[in-house]
Design a protein around this ligand. Structure first.
Ligand SMILES: *Cc1c(COP(=O)(O)O)cnc(C)c1O
Length: 393
């Protein structure tokens, strides 16, 4: 009897973890870290083996661009490697403020604020804007960081069916009229690369007087006619007080960190209330300088974006001539396999053939809908793409 109430021995504690890990492995769901060493992107050395990387979000190849590298080196030489403080406590360099000025112009908003990562931006935004009295209505396929932020905010979180605006409206009608509401969505969805209908979402936000929060992580640098600042730019609506945009420097812009762009009151509120902004050391000078250089390069040289979209077109055309049906709106290509095990096996076979592609499995996607997530980047050559499609089919 006494045994039942004794706390578990340390060995039992680790046994329990090992049991869970074994269970994950049995279900083909145990994730592994792999060592990557870039040779000449998209060529990498993965766990010691040379392969072509078709899994990176470095869509424009900016992470290897001399303009960004030089900016990072120079800023590091002038300012050192760290900022030594949070943004409100001595960590705000002139470089941060310059970047935020640039972002304002880039996004056509009243103000912008740099965060240390997209994850921290989303958690900071949700918790600063919503509390337990409020309603958050989120697309079911939105990024995990938006979900985590919503949960931390303690607002009433409901997730509408993916891209189903009728469902969204039904939920909005059920929520009390006088409460604050946030509609939240990715603009380009990170797993399948499909896009949200922003004009229709904006009309709904106006009709129900809600905030509209757009995560442009996978759209920044790719979409937008003039500046390629994201999918919102393509709506032509421009700055709207109820619209808040999140973007990252970590994907197409080839660096690290994130930003939130919106009205002055929104940004000022974040400075006062976003805990992930307040209680974290400011990004280092090298990173900030690379981010500024990335925006400059994006605007001054459209060749990188053009090359990427040419590669997307080439992938589409090559699939068509081989009778493979695909709808492609972005450089993110879902290749469906169904079962978990099949996705894993396909990824392993592709790796043996020299292609690195991520299998996407539950809990990231629903049961029975596992897939390969292929991403195209500007540095990929047509030969590399053609050979991949041959191997895939
Ligand atoms: C990658 C991603 C994030 C997180 O950004 P990090 O800078 O990597 O933390 C947030 N939202 C979406 C939609 C993303 O794809």
């Amino acid at each position: 009897m006494l045994q039942d109430v004794l706390p578990p021995k340390p060995t039992d504690l680790t046994d329990e973890l090992n049991r869970d890990l074994t269970e994950l492995a049995k279900n083909h769901r145990r994730r592994q870290l792999k060592s990557v060493r870039p040779v000449k992107r998209p060529q990498i050395i993965l766990n010691g083996k040379p392969v072509i990387d078709f899994s990176s979000n470095n869509y424009l190849g900016f992470a290897q661009q001399p303009a960004l590298i030089t900016a990072a080196i120079q800023a590091t030489e002038h300012y050192g490697t760290g900022t030594g403080g949070a943004r409100l406590i001595g960590g705000t360099l002139d470089l941060h403020l310059e970047l935020e000025e640039k972002l304002k112009a880039f996004k056509d908003t009243e103000a912008a604020l740099v965060f240390n990562s997209g994850y921290q931006a989303n958690v900071g935004l949700m918790t600063a804007l919503a509390d337990r009295h409020d309603y958050i209505l989120m697309d079911r396929y939105s990024h995990a960081s938006l979900v985590d932020g919503a949960i931390q905010s303690r607002a009433k979180l409901t997730r509408y069916h993916h891209l189903d605006l009728n469902h969204l409206e039904t939920l909005l009608q059920k929520a009390p009229q006088s409460t604050k509401k946030l509609i939240v969505t990715d603009t380009v969805f990170s797993v399948d690369g499909d896009t949200a209908p922003l004009q229709a979402l904006y009309a709904i936000a106006e009709k129900y007087n809600t905030w509209l929060i757009l995560d442009e992580a996978h759209a920044t640098g790719l979409f937008g006619d003039q500046k390629r600042s994201g999918l919102w730019e393509t709506t032509g609506i421009g700055a709207a007080p109820r619209v808040i945009q999140i973007g990252t420097f970590s994907k197409a812009l080839g660096s690290f960190g994130a930003y939130i762009a919106g009205s002055q009151p929104v940004i000022q509120t974040l400075v006062q209330k976003a805990r992930s902004f307040i209680y974290s050391t400011a990004l280092p000078p090298g990173v900030i300088a690379a981010n500024t250089a990335a925006i400059d390069l994006l605007i001054s040289d459209p060749a990188h974006t053009q090359k990427l979209w040419q590669n997307v077109e080439y992938f589409k055309k090559t699939c068509q001539t081989q009778g493979i049906k695909l709808t492609l709106q972005t450089p993110i290509i879902p290749w469906h396999t169904g079962e978990d095990k099949k996705a894993l096996e396909a990824a392993e076979k592709l790796l043996a053939e020299g292609y690195y592609i991520q299998p996407i499995r539950p809990p990231t996607v629903p049961e029975g809908t596992s897939r390969l997530r292929i991403t195209l980047t500007a540095p990929h050559t047509q030969d590399q793409i053609q050979n991949l499609i041959k191997t895939l089919s």
